[in-house]
Structure formats: structure tokens, C-alpha cells
Design a protein around this ligand. Structure first.
Ligand code: GLY
Length: 305
């Protein structure tokens, strides 16, 4: 019997202000619809996750692709990971500056390289050699983020607390998706511009296997969002999928994972988690998180869960 497909996407967990709720909802719903089209016609979970994340990267609302947070020196540096739960093949990029859709670069690495992870210029050269056109870093920078960086640096110079890094206020719009296809295969992906005013060269949790993203048919598929350093230290996506493998349902596990993140390291963020039976969980400890969900029977989306 064919498996009923499921898709869950997220557009980051933070204090999404009231006047940005609608654009976040619109963005995750659009990504869900595009990804769902792939699953509905019998496509793979990997293609569905990639399709959904491309939509989110293309949407300047989110901290992924064009419109991402800027580094301390005013550049966009992007990280992404895509993982196939059937084969455990994975492709990741870190600190890329000239790639418009890092999740597509991750897919090229997953498909065409015996390696798993490429960074910076080496990643750009590899995907260019495999047919991807590179952009200029300026093409990824938007005015809103130039102003946001200036404001953050002015606050920093005035000695105000570093809300950009450890706080929930300025947010983590990292995007991600997890999917289960008709053949019962899971996949997960995560894409991000990282944290506002980050030191150039910093890599967050999003693109690191098992930290911000993980998929294994034998356990589950997870995509995280939030303050990357604590998530990384706890290898949170793998922590969660291991518990699903032990038989703990994804809704309970995702809540436990976010509670553990806070209890152990005062971290904040969110997680979407899916298992091979189509059961899912969405959890966050930030004021809001943008998400959307669809299976063959129902679809739903929200800013809070
Ligand atoms: N979770 C995104 C980052 O910290 O880079």
C-alpha cells in the first residue's frame, strides 16, 4: 500500500510582530502549496522539501536567500542542508556568498558529490562547475537589512544588550521543511542567512547534519530554527529523531526537544518533526513561529501552535 504523503514547512521562530504575521503566513502557505504539488503527483520527499525551501528563499520576508540578515561587515553569508532519509545522502553548504538558492546548491552536492559538505568559495566553484549560475553578493542584500544592521551596530556601540544574538526579539527566520512521500521516504532541509551582525565565517546549526536538520527513514525527519549555537551544542535534530526511533511520538518529542534546549542551555527556537507514519510535531519557545502542514486529508497553517 502506498504511504499517504505529508509536508510540514516552517518560516522561523521569533517574536514575529503583528504587522508581519500576514506575510509570514502567506510565505509558508505558498511554500506548502508548491511542495505539496510535488508530493501529490507522486514526487519524492527530497524534491518536495527542495521546492518548498526554494519558495521560502525567494521570499524576502525570511532569513534565507535574498533578504537575509547581514554579517558584521554587511554581507550575506548563507548556510543550507538537504538530507534524504532513505539513503542518508546529504548535501550541505556553509558561508556561501554568491548563491541565490543555497538549497539547490545542497541538492547538487547531495546528487553529484561523494562529499557531503562544502564551504565558501569552494562550494561556489563546485556548484558552478555543475551548471549553477552564481550571483553577486550585492544581489542578495536588501535595504531593510542594511538598516537593521546599522541599528543593531548602533545599539552595540551604545553598550545595549546583545538582543540580536541571544534574544528572541530580532528573530530567526531560518526556513525549513520535512516531508514523507508516497513511497514512505522521509527528507528534511533547512536554509538560513544565520544571525544578524554575525562574525564573517560563522556557521550556525542549520546546515550541520544532526544539528539544524536530519532525516532517516528509520527514525524521523527534523528541521530546526532558532539561536544556532545552543542547537548545535545539543545536536538537537538528531537528539529528536533518536527519540522518535525509540517510539516517542513526534509531537511529544518536539516539545521535549525545545524544553531540553531551554533547560540545558537557555536556548530558544523551534522544530518541525515528522515520522515514517506521517505523525508530526511543531514546537517552539519563542513568542511565535510560522508553520504550515498538509496531508491528503487536511491542511493547516499558523503562527502559533
Ligand atoms: N538557526 C540559524 C542560525 O543560528 O544560524
Amino acid at each position: 500500500m502506498k504511504q499517504l504523503p505529508v509536508l510540514v514547512v516552517h518560516g522561523g521562530a521569533w517574536a514575529i510582530p503583528d504587522n508581519m504575521v500576514e506575510v509570514h503566513l502567506k510565505g509558508v502557505r505558498h511554500a506548502l502549496a508548491e511542495g505539496w504539488r510535488v508530493l501529490e503527483r507522486g514526487g519524492t520527499s527530497l524534491d518536495a522539501v527542495q521546492t518548498a525551501i526554494v519558495c521560502l528563499e525567494e521570499d524576502e520576508t525570511f532569513d534565507a536567500g535574498r533578504g537575509s540578515f547581514l554579517t558584521r561587515d554587511g554581507r550575506v553569508q548563507l548556510d543550507a542542508l538537504l538530507m534524504d532519509g532513505n539513503t542518508l545522502r546529504a548535501g550541505g553548504v556553509g558561508c556561501v556568498e554568491r548563491i541565490r538558492n543555497p538549497i539547490k546548491a545542497a541538492r547538487i552536492i547531495l546528487d553529484d558529490s561523494p562529499h557531503v559538505y562544502f564551504v565558501a568559495e569552494g562550494a561556489e566553484r563546485f556548484v558552478q562547475a555543475h551548471g549553477m549560475e552564481l550571483c553577486r553578493n550585492e544581489d542578495l542584500v536588501i535595504e531593510r537589512e542594511v538598516a537593521r544592521l546599522k541599528d543593531a551596530q548602533a545599539k552595540e556601540a551604545a553598550g545595549q544588550p546583545d538582543l540580536t544574538f541571544a534574544g528572541t526579539e530580532f528573530g530567526h527566520d531560518t526556513v525549513g521543511a520535512v516531508a514523507l512521500d508516497m513511497n514512505g521516504n522521509l527528507a528534511a532541509g533547512t536554509s538560513t542567512g544565520g544571525t544578524l551582525n554575525k562574525t564573517p565565517g560563522r556557521v550556525g546549526d542549520s546546515s550541520l547534519i544532526g544539528c539544524g536538520c536530519y532525516a532517516d527513514n528509520q527514525s524521523g525527519a527534523a528541521s530546526c530554527t532558532g539561536w544556532g549555537e545552543p542547537i548545535m551544542k545539543l545536536v538537537l535534530a538528531k537528539w529528536a529523531t533518536d527519540r522518535v526511533r525509540q517510539g516517542i511520538a513526534p509531537d511529544i518529542t518536539s516539545t521535549d526537544a525545545i524544553a531540553y534546549l531551554h533547560r540545558r542551555l537557555k536556548g530558544h527556537g523551534g522544530m518541525i518533526l515528522l515520522d515514517g507514519r506521517g505523525r508530526f510535531g511543531i514546537a517552539h519557545n519563542t513568542p511565535r513561529m510560522a508553520w504550515a502542514y498538509q496531508n491528503t486529508e487536511r491542511d493547516a497553517s499558523g503562527i502559533n501552535v
